[in-house]
Design a protein around this ligand. Structure first.
Ligand SMILES: Nc1ncnc2c1ncn2[C@@H]1O[C@H](COP(=O)(O)OP(=O)(O)OP(=O)(O)O)[C@@H](O)[C@H]1O
Ligand SMILES: [Mg+2]
Length: 258
């Protein structure tokens, strides 16, 4: 892809590597994210997408290679240090407190961001700011009318949105969304992606979205990075990815069959 002279590199991995025994989950990956972009990370099952996110977000330690974020080497930072720097992520399988209300799931994220966890169960007037912010985020995600419902009672699509909202409430600079539409009907995918991409763009957040549905990827993401067997197979515009023979052979063909 053409380099934009104004483009500012936000994240850069160099030869990032993670093996699980014989499995080369992430294999010497050079991956860059430019400030302000919404990019898709694609690849068939087991390609290494989640592992790459787990490494960058600090969930698992790297074997070798480096991760640089805003010019700082964060390779060995803990997950908390990475969140503090502005890296957040949602999960392929949602990570919610099912017994808590939708509002409290968000309030918890805001409290933890602000280091106020000890006050969690006394959401008093003093904590109105947190409550107001949680309500505002719910409104942005179209979940305001579900504020009082326990998360376990939400539909799958609402749960996926709430999980993204929780990560968004951490006010990240860089947000990784691991399959934000997995498990929802094809019909529900577009409304969810509409909400996510508009909130992210309005907040000037850089986002990396893992998605299997190529119609969704081509529609919402101007840049696409394709992984295959732990390596990056291709990196380009929807047009370039569509016309990439290796991607077609390894990925799009496989998807058409499944
Ligand atoms: N904790 C682990 N222990 C052993 N192997 C693992 C572990 N995590 C991932 N793997 C393996 O690493 C490879 C990459 O897995 P990963 O979950 O990153 O793929 P993915 O691209 O996210 O796939 P999917 O689209 O199915 O979510 C797979 O072969 C997987 O089985
Ligand atoms: Mg995955």
């Amino acid at each position: 892809m053409e380099e934009d002279a104004r483009a500012v590199s936000l994240l850069k991995t160099t030869q990032l590597t993670k093996y699980f025994g014989e499995t080369h989950a992430v294999d010497h990956v050079d991956f860059t994210v430019t400030e302000g972009e919404v990019l898709a990370l694609i690849g068939s099952n087991g390609a290494g997408k989640t592992t790459l996110i787990n490494l960058i977000s600090g969930l698992i330690p790297v074997d070798s290679g480096a991760i640089v974020f805003q010019g700082a080497d964060i390779t060995r930072d803990s997950i908390h240090e990475k969140i503090a720097r502005g890296i957040a992520r949602s999960f392929q399988l949602v990570n919610l407190f099912d017994q808590l209300t939708t509002l409290d799931n968000l309030a918890l994220a805001i409290f933890s961001r602000d280091g106020k966890t000890r006050k969690l169960f006394t959401l008093s007037d003093a904590d109105r700011a947190v409550r107001d912010e949680a309500v505002a985020v719910l409104q942005q995600f179209g979940l305001a009318n579900k504020a009082g419902m326990v998360a376990g009672g939400l539909s799958q699509g609402e749960r996926k949105l709430l999980d993204v909202a929780v990560a968004y409430a951490l006010k990240p600079k860089l947000l990784f969304l691991d399959e934000p539409t997995s498990g929802v009907s094809t019909r529900e995918k577009a409304p969810i992606m509409d909400i996510i991409t508009s909130v992210v763009r309005a907040g000037k957040i850089t986002a990396v979205i893992v998605e299997h549905d190529m119609d969704v990827v081509f529609k919402y993401c101007p840049r696409i990075v394709a992984m295959h067997q732990g390596t990056i197979l291709a990196d380009g515009t929807p047009e370039e990815i569509r016309n990439n023979a290796q991607v077609t052979a390894n990925l799009l063909g496989a998807q058409a069959q499944s």
